[in-house]
Design a protein around this ligand. Structure first.
Ligand SMILES: [Zn+2]
Length: 357
């Protein structure tokens, strides 16, 4: 079974296509946007576009490169993402390649997959395997493409300097025949030395027709059911809020919604003590990486509130929630920088209190 078809993202696809035609696509890109919006799928599409040898419009979908890319088996389209910590921290690149072949096979079984579990990461042996592979010539195509999903999960800590250096160098100056595409829903959690070496591209939520197309995929419905997601299409559309992959996130997304609800409650009750507690929660080591997802969940809840207020004819409530959305968007922007999540949250809650309390 191949990857799920790519729906939507037409503005970005056109932009990438133009850049490739002008030979102006940067060698290192960062796709960032909400959890479940399809960033890795879009990155794999871009990889397919770069490798396709068919006729225009590219990717043709039928040449050998396209077929391998769609099956997840192209030897020059490398896909890395968080995995369980290897038992052997010195696992050889060949062993890592085997592990990913299996993991990609798992992901392409139905084309739908849940985000990695919290304990999974991009460990040093994976980074080392990637750097080593990038030093070799392409196997069958003109060039090589690396997709690194959930890149904020990269673990470059103690004892990792010998691998971190070559990786940073690779990001900074990939060879003319190599393209690196990192993706993240938490750009603020990326190591600054990595972020500064990438051209950041925001992946916007999908429009409703594209969300419906994704939801119409049988594999998608099967995965939503398995994750215990909403059964009714209306409810699925609401929770997806332009990022249908969030519906299969199960626990991670449900937790983010719970955190967002707590923020909204603390703001609307005007309870300063609870606000301070909620802000502190965002700063704990465990919650740090999930902060952007909490803000995305907040956006989903506010959209729901606008809809509910409008249905009840509560114009004031709808206007307040719409203004609150702007405030959350501003917080998201700050979260992509180096500002402390606790600080962002405490200011955000005070602003929300003024609007919705
Ligand atoms: Zn092709």
């Amino acid at each position: 079974m191949p990857l799920l078809p790519l729906y939507g993202h037409t503005v970005l696809r056109t932009r990438f296509d133009d850049a490739i035609r002008r030979d102006a696509l940067p060698g290192s890109l960062l796709l960032h946007g909400p959890l479940g919006v399809g960033k890795q799928r879009l990155a794999l599409w871009l990889g397919q576009r770069l490798l396709c040898s068919g006729s225009d419009p590219k990717p043709c979908g039928t040449c050998q490169h396209c077929r391998y890319a769609l099956a997840g088996t192209h030897p020059d389209l490398h896909w890395f993402f968080p995995r369980p910590r290897p038992k052997d921290s010195d696992a050889s690149p060949a062993k890592i390649a085997d592990d990913f072949r299996e993991a990609i096979g798992e992901r392409t079984k139905t084309g739908v997959y849940a985000p990695p579990a919290p304990e999974e990461g991009i460990y040093i042996s994976t980074v080392r395997a990637m750097v080593q592979s990038a030093s070799m010539a392409p196997a069958i195509a003109e060039r090589k493409v690396y997709v690194l999903g959930d890149a904020e999960r990269m673990v470059l800590r103690e004892g990792a300097e010998e691998a971190a250096g070559p990786f940073l160098k690779l990001l900074e100056e990939p060879s003319a025949k190599t393209t690196l595409i990192l993706t993240t829903s938490e750009p603020g959690a990326l190591i600054p030395t990595i972020r500064s070496r990438l051209l950041a591209v925001r992946v916007a939520p999908l429009g409703s027709a594209d969300v419906d197309a994704v939801l119409a995929e049988p594999a998608m419905q099967a995965a939503i059911a398995e994750a215990g997601g909403p059964k009714k299409l209306d409810e699925q559309r609401r929770v997806a809020n332009g990022a249908p992959g969030a519906l299969v996130a199960g626990g991670e997304w449900a937790d983010a919604i719970a955190r967002a609800r707590r923020m909204l409650d603390a703001a609307s009750n005007g309870d300063r003590r609870e606000q301070a507690r909620t802000a502190l929660l965002q700063g704990s080591a465990k919650a740090r990486g999930a902060f952007s997802t909490s803000l995305d969940a907040l956006t989903t809840l506010l959209h729901e509130s606008i809809r509910a207020s409008t249905e009840r004819g509560n114009e004031r409530g709808a206007t307040a929630a719409a203004k609150a959305l702007d405030v959350v968007e501003a917080a998201k922007f700050r979260a992509t920088g180096n500002v402390n999540p606790q600080l962002i949250t405490s200011e955000l809650l005070r602003q929300l209190e003024r609007l919705i309390a």
